[in-house]
Design a protein around this ligand. Structure first.
Ligand SMILES: Nc1ncnc2c1ncn2[C@@H]1O[C@H](COP(=O)(O)OP(=O)(O)O)[C@@H](O)[C@H]1O
Ligand SMILES: O=c1ccn([C@@H]2O[C@H](COP(=O)(O)OP(=O)(O)O)[C@@H](O)[C@H]2O)c(=O)[nH]1
Length: 226
């Protein structure tokens, strides 16, 4: 099991500057949601994005796993949801995310695998007051996602064909509408995720460089020029 919050040891040349604090965004957070079906490569790409751009990688799947390991009262319910490919109730997921964000020294978050349904999204907006800067959508075919999950070999209880089918159903029925919601707001950056991890990351880098320009400091020549 990887650690749940992976703070990027940012490289000087690529780190994205912090946002200024404002009324809409009192904590000055930068938030990127990374969405896509199970096995589309969310964790693989977030593990590359975080150190390269100086973001904290928060995986809701990992936060839930860590909650189980603490022996918490929610442990059995979380494990049952995972085995059956169902989603954990939003209030718990949001609580875990909020705690992880508060504990982080970082203000820039790449949130992996959340929000997965309308209820998650509404809770993020109303409880956490989070609006993502953009949503990175890793677009991958069903056949390829199944193939990857069946070869993942991490001993996960949910990487069997039965549970994979259920997770895919949740993805198509509940998560795709969330992606469409953000798409209508012009916030989705779609990436062809069916290429090699390196090629996918190259495409993602271009999108993050755009964000870096947007948040560039006034002394940054590129932001001054437009
Ligand atoms: N671009 C890719 N090409 C081939 N295999 C990949 C690619 N990205 C991820 N994988 C592999 O597919 C599996 C699922 O990737 P992962 O990042 O865990 O997906 P997710 O977090 O979206 O469920 C892993 O075994 C990973 O090594
Ligand atoms: O916002 C979330 C994210 C994850 N999960 C649960 O955690 C499991 C594993 O999620 P993860 O992101 O690790 O894996 P993926 O299905 O994307 O491969 C899911 O099937 C859900 O049961 C959830 O309920 N809400």
């Amino acid at each position: 099991m990887e650690t749940m919050a992976k703070d990027g040891a940012a490289q000087e040349a690529t780190v994205t500057p912090n946002k200024d604090v404002s009324e809409d965004n009192p904590k000055g957070y930068t938030v990127i949601y990374v969405l896509g079906g199970p096995g589309s490569g969310k964790s693989t790409q977030c593990a590359k994005i975080a150190p390269y751009f100086g973001f904290c990688h928060l995986s809701v799947g990992d936060l839930l796993e860590a909650e189980v390991e603490t022996g918490s009262e929610y442990g059995k319910m979380i494990e049952d949801c995972k085995k059956e490919g169902r989603l954990v109730p939003s209030d718990l997921v949001v609580k875990l995310l909020q705690q992880a964000m508060q504990r982080s020294q970082n203000k820039k978050f790449v949130i992996d695998g959340f929000p997965r349904n309308k209820e998650n999204r509404a809770a993020a907006e109303s409880i956490m007051k989070i609006e993502p800067d953009f949503v990175l959508f890793l677009d991958c075919s069903e056949e390829e996602m199944k193939r990857r999950l069946l070869n993942r070999n991490q001993g996960r209880v949910d990487d069997n064909i039965n549970t994979i089918q259920k997770r895919l159903k949740v993805y198509f029925e509940c998560t795709l509408p969330v992606i469409n919601y953000y798409s209508a707001k012009g916030k989705v950056r779609k990436i062809d995720a069916e290429r090699s991890p390196e090629e996918v990351f190259e495409a993602i880098k271009d999108i993050f460089f755009e964000l870096k320009e947007k948040h560039g400091r006034p002394s940054d020549a590129r932001s001054l020029s437009g």
